[in-house]
Design a protein around this ligand. Structure first.
Ligand SMILES: Cc1cc2nc3c(=O)[nH]c(=O)nc-3n(C[C@H](O)[C@H](O)[C@H](O)COP(=O)(O)OP(=O)(O)OC[C@H]3O[C@@H](n4cnc5c(N)ncnc54)[C@H](O)[C@@H]3O)c2cc1C
Length: 409
């Protein structure tokens, strides 16, 4: 039987950041990650100004700058009439006025590597939690399996940071409320040439269709947005139809759509938005996608997960060091983070219901939504949209000093 102070299940953005912050504050922490590595393509690479500022606060700016990355100073919507800049991140009064695109595995490797410098941090890869240990009406840790077999890890606090299909929240009897979503996203990449348009991040609007393309150095990362369940229809229509659709939307890709050789070159995101009513039970707290799965609209998922982790560390490090985390302590994390998650999900739902759904069904013209059209005419308007996306509601800051007594490993 192993034991720790805080057991975090999931080494995604929420779990990795919480592990780092707690270890940095001197809390004994074990992160369990079921995969052998962090390699997952297209798992959200958007690091927003709010997260970049947190990295500054953690003294990680230089390490982050060394990671492969591209910066997007604007977000455009491209219609048949040409591009409209709807968000101008470069107008933000912020130390990092852009969205950084960084492979998520590099980002997670950086966070866990930094956390590994503190002696109270342990990361166990290929360790999958499958059940909770409960005693006296309280969660006391998890049962997990790794290559050596079954184990029990007891903990004062267990954090479910195991993503939108969270097994732990299910084991705790917590069920999220789901909100209808009209779309799914098909991701793929095509190579990028010198002669291509300059837009770093753009949404192409056509009658009955929407496609995002993101400049990633030598390739375009493309999100082909379909109506919910539309992937099956796409598959039965055939790859040639998809290739032709892509070319009709972005003709400059005509010379390379052949790079989509078979369906394995595409990956599908089943978009969902949901949120737990209560993010905790005694001894267990859910954060990140486990508490609130986000739509990819705005690319905010990672950033909200990280903000949850920062709030949880700010509020829980002291009770953890004291030796007892009460239900009230866990409730404070939900009280702090529920509004930003709910407000962001509300904006995503409005955009999906009024703009994306009707656009995909062909019942509204392929033009940007009216508020974006109006705001895009003025710099302060483009600045406002950039602030909503890049900084969001209630950005968190690292409040935990590094205690002098914590030796670095
Ligand atoms: C295809 C795709 C594209 C996306 N694109 C974007 C984007 O562009 N921008 C953006 O901001 N967001 C995007 N998102 C959403 C974003 O990835 C999530 O919002 C964000 O990663 C949530 O972080 P998290 O740490 O809460 O959960 P996750 O990133 O899901 O991490 C959960 C971790 O827990 C591990 N795990 C799960 N179960 C267990 C278990 N039982 N035991 C041990 N470990 C476990 C998983 O392996 C994973 O590493 C995308 C999501 C998907 C699926």
């Amino acid at each position: 039987m192993e034991s720790t102070t805080c057991c975090i299940v999931g080494g995604g953005p929420a779990g990795a950041m919480l592990g780092l912050l707690l270890a940095r504050a001197g809390v004994d922490v074990v992160v369990l990650e079921k995969h052998a590595d962090f390699l997952r393509d297209f798992r959200g690479d958007t690091v927003h100004p709010s997260t970049l500022e947190l990295l500054d606060e953690l003294g990680l700016a230089e390490r982050f700058a060394e990671l492969p990355q591209e910066h997007a100073p604007t977000l455009s919507m491209v219609t048949d009439e040409g591009p409209v800049t709807v968000a101008e991140f470069s107008a933000l009064r912020h130390p990092h006025p852009y969205i950084a695109f960084v492979p998520q595995w590099d980002f997670l490797a950086m966070l866990t590597d930094e956390a590994g410098r503190y002696p109270t941090f342990t990361l166990k890869m290929q360790a999958e939690a499958h059940d909770l240990i409960r005693e006296g009406g309280r969660v006391r840790g998890v049962r997990y399996r790794d290559r050596d077999g079954e184990h029990e890890l007891r903990a004062q606090l267990t954090v479910a940071a195991d993503g939108r299909h969270s097994a732990l929240r299910c084991a705790a009897g917590l069920t999220p409320v789901g909100y209808g979503v009209p779309m799914d996203v098909v991701w793929f990449r095509l190579s990028r040439r010198e002669s291509d348009p300059r837009q770093e991040v753009a949404l192409r609007l056509v009658t009955g269709g929407l496609m995002a393309y993101i400049g990633r150095g030598t390739y375009w990362q493309i999100a082909y947005i379909v109506l919910k369940g539309g992937y099956e229809r796409l598959m039965s229509a055939g790859l040639d139809v998809l290739r032709a659709e892509i070319v009709s939307r972005l003709p400059f890709l005509a010379d390379r759509v052949g790079e989509l050789a078979d369906w394995n070159d595409l990956s599908v995101l089943d978009v969902r938005i949901d949120r737990l009513r209560r993010w905790y039970v005694p001894g267990l707290l859910c954060i990140g996608d486990a508490a609130h799965a986000m739509s990819p609209v705005g690319g905010v998922g990672i950033n909200l997960a990280i903000q949850d982790a920062v709030a949880a560390a700010n509020l829980l490090a002291e009770p953890l060091l004291r030796g007892h985390t009460s239900v009230d302590d866990l409730a404070k994390v939900q009280q702090r983070r529920e509004m930003p998650a709910a407000a962001t999900q509300w904006m995503q739902r409005v955009l999906q219901a009024r703009f994306i759904g009707p656009l995909l069904r062909g019942t509204r013209p392929p033009v940007p939504p009216l508020p974006a059209r109006l705001l895009s005419h003025f710099r302060p308007g483009r600045h406002l949209i950039a602030h909503l996306i890049g900084v969001g509601a209630r950005p968190e800051h690292v409040r935990l000093p590094v205690p002098d007594s914590v030796p670095r490993g």
